[in-house]
Ligand binder design. Structure first.
Ligand code: ADP
Ligand code: MG
Length: 279
Protein backbone atom coordinates (compact mmCIF):
# COMPACT_ATOMS: atom_id res chain seq x y z
CA UNK A 1 0.00 0.00 0.00
CA UNK A 2 1.70 3.21 -1.09
CA UNK A 3 1.51 6.07 -0.88
CA UNK A 4 -0.42 5.94 2.36
CA UNK A 5 -3.80 7.53 1.91
CA UNK A 6 -5.98 9.10 4.56
CA UNK A 7 -8.58 6.70 5.86
CA UNK A 8 -12.04 6.83 4.32
CA UNK A 9 -13.57 5.41 7.49
CA UNK A 10 -15.41 8.26 9.29
CA UNK A 11 -14.62 6.64 12.65
CA UNK A 12 -10.90 7.12 12.15
CA UNK A 13 -10.87 10.12 9.81
CA UNK A 14 -9.18 13.00 11.52
CA UNK A 15 -6.92 10.81 13.61
CA UNK A 16 -3.33 10.43 12.52
CA UNK A 17 -2.72 6.92 11.32
CA UNK A 18 0.85 5.80 11.47
CA UNK A 19 0.91 2.59 9.51
CA UNK A 20 4.22 0.94 8.82
CA UNK A 21 4.83 0.39 5.11
CA UNK A 22 4.24 -3.19 4.10
CA UNK A 23 7.38 -4.74 2.68
CA UNK A 24 7.60 -4.60 -1.11
CA UNK A 25 9.26 -8.00 -1.23
CA UNK A 26 8.93 -10.88 1.19
CA UNK A 27 10.95 -14.01 0.62
CA UNK A 28 9.95 -16.87 2.89
CA UNK A 29 11.98 -20.05 3.47
CA UNK A 30 13.02 -20.28 -0.16
CA UNK A 31 14.83 -23.34 -1.48
CA UNK A 32 15.96 -24.24 -4.98
CA UNK A 33 17.91 -27.13 -6.46
CA UNK A 34 19.13 -27.30 -10.00
CA UNK A 35 18.87 -30.77 -11.44
CA UNK A 36 21.05 -31.54 -14.43
CA UNK A 37 21.77 -34.81 -16.21
CA UNK A 38 24.67 -35.80 -13.97
CA UNK A 39 24.11 -33.89 -10.73
CA UNK A 40 21.75 -32.08 -8.40
CA UNK A 41 22.99 -28.69 -7.23
CA UNK A 42 21.42 -27.23 -4.08
CA UNK A 43 21.49 -23.54 -5.04
CA UNK A 44 19.45 -21.92 -2.26
CA UNK A 45 18.36 -23.13 1.16
CA UNK A 46 16.14 -21.48 3.76
CA UNK A 47 16.38 -17.94 2.40
CA UNK A 48 14.09 -15.46 4.16
CA UNK A 49 14.32 -11.77 3.45
CA UNK A 50 12.12 -8.68 3.39
CA UNK A 51 12.73 -5.51 1.41
CA UNK A 52 10.98 -2.29 2.41
CA UNK A 53 9.48 0.13 -0.13
CA UNK A 54 12.14 2.44 -1.57
CA UNK A 55 14.94 0.50 0.10
CA UNK A 56 18.24 -0.09 -1.72
CA UNK A 57 19.28 -3.58 -0.71
CA UNK A 58 22.43 -5.27 -1.95
CA UNK A 59 22.93 -9.02 -2.00
CA UNK A 60 26.63 -9.78 -1.78
CA UNK A 61 28.10 -13.22 -2.19
CA UNK A 62 30.79 -15.29 -3.88
CA UNK A 63 30.40 -16.52 -7.41
CA UNK A 64 28.03 -19.51 -7.68
CA UNK A 65 26.32 -18.93 -4.32
CA UNK A 66 22.88 -18.52 -5.87
CA UNK A 67 22.52 -14.74 -6.22
CA UNK A 68 21.15 -14.89 -9.77
CA UNK A 69 18.91 -17.81 -8.84
CA UNK A 70 17.48 -15.77 -5.94
CA UNK A 71 16.88 -12.72 -8.12
CA UNK A 72 15.26 -14.78 -10.87
CA UNK A 73 12.89 -16.33 -8.34
CA UNK A 74 11.99 -12.90 -6.91
CA UNK A 75 11.39 -11.69 -10.48
CA UNK A 76 9.11 -14.66 -11.13
CA UNK A 77 11.32 -16.01 -13.93
CA UNK A 78 11.81 -19.38 -12.24
CA UNK A 79 9.70 -21.12 -9.57
CA UNK A 80 11.22 -22.10 -6.20
CA UNK A 81 11.14 -25.71 -4.99
CA UNK A 82 9.99 -24.62 -1.55
CA UNK A 83 8.98 -21.38 0.13
CA UNK A 84 7.39 -18.41 -1.48
CA UNK A 85 7.88 -14.86 -2.71
CA UNK A 86 5.39 -12.08 -2.10
CA UNK A 87 5.66 -8.91 -4.11
CA UNK A 88 3.70 -5.91 -2.78
CA UNK A 89 1.69 -8.30 -0.63
CA UNK A 90 0.77 -10.87 -3.28
CA UNK A 91 2.24 -14.25 -3.93
CA UNK A 92 4.28 -13.98 -7.08
CA UNK A 93 3.37 -16.32 -9.92
CA UNK A 94 5.46 -15.46 -12.94
CA UNK A 95 6.97 -12.21 -14.17
CA UNK A 96 4.87 -9.06 -13.74
CA UNK A 97 6.51 -6.06 -15.43
CA UNK A 98 3.98 -3.71 -13.83
CA UNK A 99 5.57 -4.52 -10.49
CA UNK A 100 9.10 -5.69 -11.22
CA UNK A 101 11.68 -4.74 -13.87
CA UNK A 102 15.01 -6.53 -14.23
CA UNK A 103 18.48 -5.60 -15.44
CA UNK A 104 21.16 -8.22 -16.04
CA UNK A 105 24.93 -8.19 -16.46
CA UNK A 106 24.52 -8.59 -20.20
CA UNK A 107 22.53 -5.57 -21.39
CA UNK A 108 20.73 -7.87 -23.84
CA UNK A 109 19.86 -5.10 -26.30
CA UNK A 110 18.38 -5.94 -29.68
CA UNK A 111 21.22 -5.20 -32.15
CA UNK A 112 18.80 -4.26 -34.92
CA UNK A 113 17.11 -1.62 -32.82
CA UNK A 114 18.46 1.84 -32.00
CA UNK A 115 18.94 2.94 -28.38
CA UNK A 116 15.56 4.69 -28.52
CA UNK A 117 13.82 1.67 -30.03
CA UNK A 118 15.35 -0.61 -27.40
CA UNK A 119 14.00 1.58 -24.60
CA UNK A 120 10.59 1.57 -26.30
CA UNK A 121 10.43 -2.21 -26.42
CA UNK A 122 8.55 -2.89 -23.16
CA UNK A 123 6.14 -0.06 -23.89
CA UNK A 124 5.42 -1.58 -27.29
CA UNK A 125 4.51 -4.86 -25.58
CA UNK A 126 2.21 -2.93 -23.27
CA UNK A 127 0.46 -1.42 -26.29
CA UNK A 128 1.47 2.19 -25.58
CA UNK A 129 0.85 4.30 -28.73
CA UNK A 130 3.94 5.13 -30.83
CA UNK A 131 4.11 8.88 -30.17
CA UNK A 132 3.76 8.43 -26.41
CA UNK A 133 6.33 5.62 -26.45
CA UNK A 134 8.81 7.82 -28.20
CA UNK A 135 8.24 10.65 -25.76
CA UNK A 136 8.77 8.41 -22.72
CA UNK A 137 11.90 6.81 -24.22
CA UNK A 138 13.44 10.19 -25.07
CA UNK A 139 12.66 11.43 -21.57
CA UNK A 140 14.54 8.44 -20.14
CA UNK A 141 17.60 8.56 -22.37
CA UNK A 142 18.30 12.18 -21.48
CA UNK A 143 18.84 11.70 -17.71
CA UNK A 144 21.00 8.64 -18.39
CA UNK A 145 23.33 10.91 -20.38
CA UNK A 146 22.43 9.54 -23.80
CA UNK A 147 20.92 12.60 -25.38
CA UNK A 148 22.19 12.70 -28.95
CA UNK A 149 22.69 8.92 -28.96
CA UNK A 150 19.03 8.00 -29.43
CA UNK A 151 19.51 6.78 -32.99
CA UNK A 152 22.73 4.86 -32.41
CA UNK A 153 22.75 1.09 -32.63
CA UNK A 154 24.16 -0.98 -29.74
CA UNK A 155 27.38 -1.71 -31.70
CA UNK A 156 27.99 2.05 -31.81
CA UNK A 157 27.78 2.44 -28.02
CA UNK A 158 30.35 1.79 -25.27
CA UNK A 159 29.72 -0.90 -22.63
CA UNK A 160 28.63 1.69 -20.05
CA UNK A 161 26.28 3.33 -22.56
CA UNK A 162 24.70 0.00 -23.49
CA UNK A 163 24.10 -0.77 -19.85
CA UNK A 164 22.47 2.65 -19.38
CA UNK A 165 20.16 1.92 -22.32
CA UNK A 166 19.26 -1.39 -20.63
CA UNK A 167 18.52 0.45 -17.38
CA UNK A 168 16.46 3.10 -19.23
CA UNK A 169 14.53 0.23 -20.83
CA UNK A 170 13.81 -1.20 -17.37
CA UNK A 171 12.83 2.24 -16.03
CA UNK A 172 10.42 2.70 -18.95
CA UNK A 173 8.19 0.03 -17.44
CA UNK A 174 7.72 2.33 -14.44
CA UNK A 175 7.46 -0.59 -12.04
CA UNK A 176 8.02 0.17 -8.34
CA UNK A 177 10.68 -2.54 -8.00
CA UNK A 178 13.98 -2.85 -9.85
CA UNK A 179 16.05 -6.04 -9.65
CA UNK A 180 19.65 -5.64 -10.84
CA UNK A 181 21.90 -8.65 -11.32
CA UNK A 182 25.54 -7.48 -11.46
CA UNK A 183 24.52 -4.78 -13.95
CA UNK A 184 28.00 -3.23 -14.01
CA UNK A 185 29.90 -6.50 -13.68
CA UNK A 186 31.27 -6.41 -17.22
CA UNK A 187 32.58 -2.84 -16.93
CA UNK A 188 36.02 -1.67 -15.83
CA UNK A 189 36.42 -0.48 -12.22
CA UNK A 190 36.34 3.27 -12.99
CA UNK A 191 33.29 3.07 -15.26
CA UNK A 192 31.67 0.88 -12.67
CA UNK A 193 32.11 3.46 -9.91
CA UNK A 194 30.80 6.23 -12.17
CA UNK A 195 27.81 4.11 -13.11
CA UNK A 196 27.21 3.53 -9.41
CA UNK A 197 27.14 7.29 -8.78
CA UNK A 198 24.80 7.71 -11.70
CA UNK A 199 22.48 4.96 -10.45
CA UNK A 200 22.26 6.61 -7.04
CA UNK A 201 21.10 9.81 -8.75
CA UNK A 202 18.40 7.88 -10.62
CA UNK A 203 17.36 6.07 -7.43
CA UNK A 204 17.12 9.37 -5.50
CA UNK A 205 14.77 10.70 -8.21
CA UNK A 206 12.63 7.63 -8.81
CA UNK A 207 12.67 6.21 -5.25
CA UNK A 208 12.27 2.69 -6.51
CA UNK A 209 12.82 -0.35 -4.39
CA UNK A 210 16.09 -1.81 -5.61
CA UNK A 211 17.59 -5.25 -5.04
CA UNK A 212 21.12 -5.10 -6.38
CA UNK A 213 23.34 -8.15 -6.72
CA UNK A 214 27.11 -7.88 -6.77
CA UNK A 215 30.27 -9.64 -5.68
CA UNK A 216 32.05 -6.27 -5.29
CA UNK A 217 32.48 -5.01 -1.71
CA UNK A 218 33.23 -1.53 -3.02
CA UNK A 219 30.05 -1.35 -5.07
CA UNK A 220 27.96 -2.67 -2.16
CA UNK A 221 29.37 -0.05 0.24
CA UNK A 222 28.92 2.75 -2.27
CA UNK A 223 25.26 2.07 -3.05
CA UNK A 224 23.38 0.29 -0.32
CA UNK A 225 21.19 1.12 2.61
CA UNK A 226 21.50 -2.51 3.65
CA UNK A 227 23.81 -5.33 2.58
CA UNK A 228 23.07 -9.01 3.07
CA UNK A 229 25.92 -11.46 2.68
CA UNK A 230 25.22 -14.95 1.34
CA UNK A 231 27.08 -18.14 2.13
CA UNK A 232 28.66 -20.21 -0.62
CA UNK A 233 26.48 -22.86 -2.23
CA UNK A 234 23.85 -23.64 -1.11
CA UNK A 235 23.20 -19.94 -0.61
CA UNK A 236 21.82 -18.85 2.74
CA UNK A 237 21.76 -15.41 4.31
CA UNK A 238 24.81 -15.23 6.53
CA UNK A 239 24.83 -11.65 7.78
CA UNK A 240 23.07 -8.35 7.32
CA UNK A 241 24.56 -4.85 7.63
CA UNK A 242 22.68 -1.56 7.85
CA UNK A 243 24.73 1.13 6.10
CA UNK A 244 23.89 4.53 7.55
CA UNK A 245 26.77 6.48 5.98
CA UNK A 246 25.75 9.75 4.29
CA UNK A 247 25.80 10.07 0.49
CA UNK A 248 27.99 10.55 -1.47
CA UNK A 249 30.14 8.08 0.38
CA UNK A 250 33.84 8.39 0.92
CA UNK A 251 34.94 4.87 0.07
CA UNK A 252 38.34 5.48 1.66
CA UNK A 253 37.06 7.04 4.89
CA UNK A 254 37.33 5.23 8.24
CA UNK A 255 33.69 4.05 8.34
CA UNK A 256 33.77 2.61 4.83
CA UNK A 257 37.11 0.96 5.58
CA UNK A 258 35.74 -0.62 8.76
CA UNK A 259 32.64 -1.82 6.91
CA UNK A 260 34.77 -3.30 4.11
CA UNK A 261 36.80 -5.21 6.71
CA UNK A 262 33.61 -6.50 8.36
CA UNK A 263 32.14 -7.58 5.02
CA UNK A 264 35.39 -9.21 4.01
CA UNK A 265 35.48 -11.13 7.31
CA UNK A 266 32.03 -12.54 6.47
CA UNK A 267 32.69 -13.27 2.83
CA UNK A 268 36.29 -14.48 2.90
CA UNK A 269 35.56 -18.01 4.09
CA UNK A 270 32.67 -18.28 1.67
CA UNK A 271 34.80 -17.19 -1.27
CA UNK A 272 37.49 -19.64 -0.23
CA UNK A 273 34.99 -22.46 0.02
CA UNK A 274 33.58 -21.55 -3.39
CA UNK A 275 37.10 -21.50 -4.83
CA UNK A 276 38.04 -24.85 -3.29
CA UNK A 277 34.92 -26.60 -4.48
CA UNK A 278 35.66 -25.35 -7.98
CA UNK A 279 32.49 -23.28 -8.41
P1 ADP B 1 25.63 -16.61 -8.69
O1 ADP B 1 24.72 -15.70 -9.42
O2 ADP B 1 25.75 -16.29 -7.22
O3 ADP B 1 26.98 -16.70 -9.32
P2 ADP B 1 23.83 -18.71 -9.64
O4 ADP B 1 22.52 -18.42 -9.03
O5 ADP B 1 24.03 -18.34 -11.05
O6 ADP B 1 25.00 -18.09 -8.71
O7 ADP B 1 24.13 -20.26 -9.51
C1 ADP B 1 24.04 -20.99 -8.29
C2 ADP B 1 24.39 -22.44 -8.57
O8 ADP B 1 23.35 -23.03 -9.36
C3 ADP B 1 25.67 -22.62 -9.36
O9 ADP B 1 26.33 -23.76 -8.88
C4 ADP B 1 25.21 -22.82 -10.79
O10 ADP B 1 26.10 -23.64 -11.50
C5 ADP B 1 23.86 -23.50 -10.60
N1 ADP B 1 22.92 -23.11 -11.67
C6 ADP B 1 22.51 -21.86 -11.94
N2 ADP B 1 21.64 -21.84 -12.96
C7 ADP B 1 21.51 -23.13 -13.37
C8 ADP B 1 20.76 -23.80 -14.40
N3 ADP B 1 19.94 -23.11 -15.21
N4 ADP B 1 20.89 -25.14 -14.51
C9 ADP B 1 21.71 -25.84 -13.70
N5 ADP B 1 22.42 -25.28 -12.70
C10 ADP B 1 22.35 -23.96 -12.54
MG1 MG C 1 25.04 -14.46 -11.04
Amino acid sequence: MRPQSPSQDPAVRGTILVMPDLPDIEVLALAKRWVTRDQTVPALEGISLTVAPREFLTVLGPSGCGKSTLLSIIGGLIPPDAGEVRVTGRRSAGPDPRKVAMVFQDPGLFPWRTALENVEFGLELQGVPAARRREIARGLLEPVGLRGFENRYPRELSGGMKQRVAIARALALDSPILLMDEPFGALDEQTRLLMGEWLLGIWAKTRKTVVFVTHSLQEAIMLSQRIVVMTSRPGRIKASFEVALPMPRDLNGPEATALRAALWAEIRDESLRALESGL
